[in-house]
Design a binder for this molecule. Structure first.
Ligand code: ZN
Length: 380
């Protein structure tokens, strides 16, 4: 504000009011380009500015209008801190965007700065995050329920090596993913594609990334085994004589915990529980075999342990493990790829959680671009 002449200053406990005008200087008429210094009149406008010493700050600006002697028209002096038709200064607008990075809701930022929600919202729309030009070496994909722009699910792409958000797509459908991916010039440079067990994503990767190893994140796989074990437990528990129910207290937790993590007491309770049902004992044994497979250090070790698990699950004839066996039949190859590299969907899922917070704070986004902007502002 080097050109400003401060005329007065009032402060209260919570507000600061600064009265100023700008130095009079020659201006070029925007209509006919004549230079003039002739003043027509002044108009008072009140602008909000950045808080000073945490007081809400108002600028009382005596805005000068110049008179052009050549074309007889009037025009306002220029003031670069203030965009046209604006009631808040440019630096306050920047600051509101900056605050949005801390994942505060638009409402919270607006309240903090004493400006309207729509002022913050408009500033947010001014920020643009263009589509990236090159794909990362390690691309990870997931989806989330964003309910934005008329689509229930959105797709999220991240760089799983550098742990960066790559892009958010309006839909997770095959068509929209194809349209999005086809223009990238470096599809052949993608070396790893990390995904959950979604056939659409896998087929897309095989088609577009000929040099990529498709990796299924291990932690999506475990769920199938814990579901199977849980279903066996529920079946057994339902048929249990009421006298024996006491042995099944805390059964869920005892069954799902790694055996080596249980203390003496837990191990005893587990043993008694498993004595009451052969099916449950078998299912439990399968789960431990699977956990052991998951802890493998090398791909060769993992492949051996997985084969062993599959044979044991088939031999068990427990129907609850059918879905798990089918899944392994379709995805084993990609699950084993996870033992060759350290890439997981972990970062993507963390990002998904951050997006949930944004969504909750915003009560949903009808417009997808605004939603995407908001996510980029917070996460990049
Ligand atoms: Zn003029």
């Amino acid at each position: 504000m080097e050109d400003a002449i401060i005329e007065d200053l009032h402060t209260t406990n919570s507000e600061a009011h600064i009265f100023f005008s700008l130095k009079r200087k020659p201006h070029t008429c925007p209509h006919c380009h004549t230079v003039t210094e002739k003043v027509h009149d002044y108009r008072l406008s009140i602008l909000k500015d950045l808080p000073i010493m945490s007081k809400k700050t108002f600028l009382h600006y005596r805005k000068r209008r110049y008179h052009c002697p050549c074309c007889n028209k009037h025009f306002y002096e220029s003031f670069r801190l203030l965009p046209k038709h604006c009631r808040i200064t440019t630096r306050l607008a920047f600051y509101s965007i900056h605050l949005l990075r801390d994942r505060q809701s638009i409402r919270a930022v607006a309240e903090l700065l004493g400006i309207s929600d729509s002022s913050v919202f408009r500033r947010m729309q001014d920020v643009r995050f263009p589509k990236p030009s090159h794909l990362p070496k390690v691309l990870s994909i997931d989806e989330f329920r964003g309910n934005a722009g008329g689509q229930k699910f959105q797709a999220i792409l991240t760089d799983a090596d550098k742990h960066k958000l790559f892009d958010i797509l309006p839909s997770r459908s095959q068509v929209s993913l194809m349209q999005y991916l086809q223009d990238f010039p470096n599809k052949k440079e993608v070396r790893y594609f990390v995904t959950d067990m979604n056939k659409i994503y896998r087929d897309l990767a095989s088609e577009y990334f000929p040099n990529a190893t498709i990796v299924v994140d291990k932690f999506h796989v475990i769920r199938y085994v814990t579901w199977a074990l849980e279903n066996v437990r529920k079946r057994v528990q339902k048929l249990l004589h009421p006298d024996k129910r006491k042995y099944f207290k805390r059964s869920r937790k005892l069954l799902l915990t790694h055996k080596y993590k249980l203390n003496k007491e837990g191990l005893q309770a587990l043993e008694i529980m498993l004595l009451h049902s052969q099916d449950l004992a078998t299912a439990y044994h399968l789960k431990e075999l699977f956990y052991d497979f998951m802890d493998s250090y090398t791909r060769a070790e993992a492949a051996k342990k997985l084969r062993f698990f599959i044979l044991a699950a088939q031999a068990s004839e427990l129907k609850e493990f059918h879905a798990c066996l089918t899944m392994l039949g379709n995805w084993s190859k990609y699950i084993l790829n996870a033992f060759d590299c350290s890439y997981t969907n972990g970062y993507t899922e963390g990002t998904n959680n951050a997006i949930k917070v944004i969504k909750r704070n915003a009560f949903g986004y009808r417009n997808f671009e605004n939603f995407r902007n908001r996510i980029f502002l917070s996460l990049t």
